[in-house]
Design a protein around this ligand. Structure first.
Ligand code: KIV
Ligand code: ZN
Length: 527
């Protein structure tokens, strides 16, 4: 395959993905995700929208410092303040990209921007030129591109390239286009814009009609050579094009799509899990590539075919995306060395001795409770140990009275800022009683948005992973914990979310206006 068929993978999980309601990630989680993305072979990581909040700025700065291979990018509207914030947050990276955008559809220009097409053309000149002062890697996007008049789009793209943009992104902001139309847009730009050879065309598609991946692949087939996508397809509303689906479609059908990427597909499954853990968004069982059932063959006919020849029902191997057969791994006599080898096997290379030690300690405790420990158990322990926030509230002990007849009750001891506190509460079920105890011992006012339990493996002695999402003044955090006792995991997951919220409160500047959280988000996005 020649270089002209190399497709650049631009990941926006931590920018457009984080714009999904409730998908906010902590700094530590973003750093963990970035390390995996760097290893995965993503070319450009859009790390955030630096002007949007101090937390976003801090995350983009931190990520810019740690990437070894991937190039960090930040998003900006057409204002000098936005572009300055991008530069300030990205400047410690050897190479970085500033991604600036403005709407070009008649609808958005009139009703959202209150600007004429001439104003928008002027703004492109001014802001792309300004961004180029900081870097030669400037990307320009025409928001609502797929509902933009084609002649006007050609004109704006030509201006952006003339002013120095090296990548031109065509967003299907509202997920409205279909493959044949998107093909036509990309082809028209390639045929009509006189200086198009000086830039790379990029796809950016949303999934409102379930066509995001199909539209992006159509764009690539028509000549685009960058795809903007997210892991697990998370993103605004119905999400963005899923990175893992785009990459595996091209890898599996080179006869029809002879394109290459720099992605190490064996890390896709791990990247998916880490993003799912950080956001608290579970991956649907039948999700292509990374869903739990993506490689499961249930029917007798299929199983029979698979035993005779895997190609009968398998178009790609589970190993190619990093899914390994669940294996019975270790028991309570397994030592630290074997544990470390196992972590390498599971793709956890490069984690610190501290994390290994913590995870190993948890493994020993688990091995005492659970007879069989599987790969998934080990992965849950390590994921738990990787998120190292400074917890100011810790669970010391928990006793729960549940069952029929008596009211459900919890007795809890917490360490709150170093002080031991005890409470006893009853509730509508044991989980309610547990959460009430926490509220009594550390009074707070958050909305519980999500409480979810997953079994890590099969069997009644399986570990449970509990995810909790809480919201306070428009800010959300996700807490997670794993334990063989679902109620202990529930308490720890809630405390994990609460501890993160306490950290977030400290890091975030007080809201400056009376806008609601969604209004603020929209304002930041310029909608
Ligand atoms: O969907 C969209 O239009 C965007 C742009 C900001 C690139 O995310
Ligand atoms: Zn988008």
């Amino acid at each position: 395959m020649s270089d002209k068929n190399r497709v650049i993978i631009f990941d926006t999980t931590m920018r457009d993905g984080e714009q999904s309601p409730g998908a906010s990630m902590s700094l530590e989680e973003k750093i963990q995700i970035s390390r995996i993305f760097d290893e995965l072979g993503i070319d450009i990581i859009e790390a955030g929208f630096p002007i949007a909040s101090p937390g976003d700025f801090e995350a983009v700065s931190a990520i810019s410092k740690i990437l070894k291979n991937s190039i960090p990018a930040g998003l900006s509207r057409h204002t000098k303040k936005d572009i300055d914030a991008c530069y300030e947050s990205l400047k410690s990276a050897k190479r970085f990209r500033i991604h600036t955008f403005i709407s070009t559809s008649a609808l958005h220009m009139k009703h959202k921007l209150n600007k004429t097409p001439e104003d928008v053309a002027e703004s492109i000149k001014e802001h792309v030129t300004y961004a180029r002062k900081f870097t030669d890697d400037v990307e320009w996007s025409c928001e609502d591109g797929t509902r933009t008049d084609m002649d006007f789009m050609c004109k704006t793209v030509e201006i952006a390239i003339k002013c120095g943009a090296k990548t031109i992104n065509i967003p299907d902001t509202v997920g409205y286009t279909v493959p044949s139309e998107y093909t036509k847009i990309i082809s028209t730009l390639l045929n009509k814009v006189p200086n198009i050879d000086k830039a790379i065309l990029s796809t950016h598609t949303h999934n409102d009609l379930g066509l995001a991946v199909a539209n992006s692949l159509a764009g690539v087939s028509a000549g685009a050579r960058q795809v903007e996508c997210t892991i697990n397809g998370i993103g605004e509303r119905a999400g963005n094009a899923a990175l893992e689906e785009i990459v595996m479609a091209m890898k599996t059908r080179p006869d029809l799509m002879p394109f290459s990427t720099g992605i190490n597909t064996k890390l896709l499954s791990k990247a998916s899990k880490v993003v799912s853990n950080a956001t608290g968004f579970p991956v649907q069982f039948n999700k292509a590539i990374v869903g739990k059932n993506a490689f499961a063959h249930e029917s007798g006919i299929h199983q029979d075919g698979m035993l005779k020849n895997r190609n009968t029902y398998e178009i790609m191997t589970p190993e190619s995306v990093g899914v390994k057969k669940t294996s019975l791994v270790m028991g309570k006599h397994s030592g630290r060395h074997a544990f470390k080898d196992k972590l390498n096997d599971l793709g956890y290379s490069g984690i610190t001795d501290d994390v290994i030690q913590t995870a190993f300690g948890k493994f020993k405790v688990l091995a005492d409770k659970k007879k069989h420990i599987y790969d998934e158990d080990i992965a849950a322990l390590v994921d738990d140990s990787l998120i190292k926030e400074e917890n100011v509230i810790k669970l010391k002990s928990l006793k729960v009275f549940a069952g029929t007849g008596e009211p459900q009750k919890a007795d809890m001891t917490l360490e709150v800022y170093g002080e031991i506190k005890k409470a006893s509460e009853s509730g509508d079920g044991p989980v309610d009683a547990i959460f009430k105890c926490i509220k009594k011992l550390y009074p707070h006012d958050v909305n519980l948005q999500l409480y979810q339990v997953h079994a890590v493996t099969e069997g009644t002695d399986a570990q449970a992973t509990v995810s909790v999402r809480i919201e306070e003044n428009g800010k959300t955090t996700v807490g997670q914990a794993a334990d063989t006792d679902t109620l202990v995991a529930s308490a720890n997951a809630y405390l994990n979310a609460l501890n993160k919220m306490i950290i977030k409160r400290k890091k975030t500047a007080p809201p400056s206006t009376n806008l609601t959280s969604s209004q603020k988000k929209q304002k930041m996005k310029g909608i």
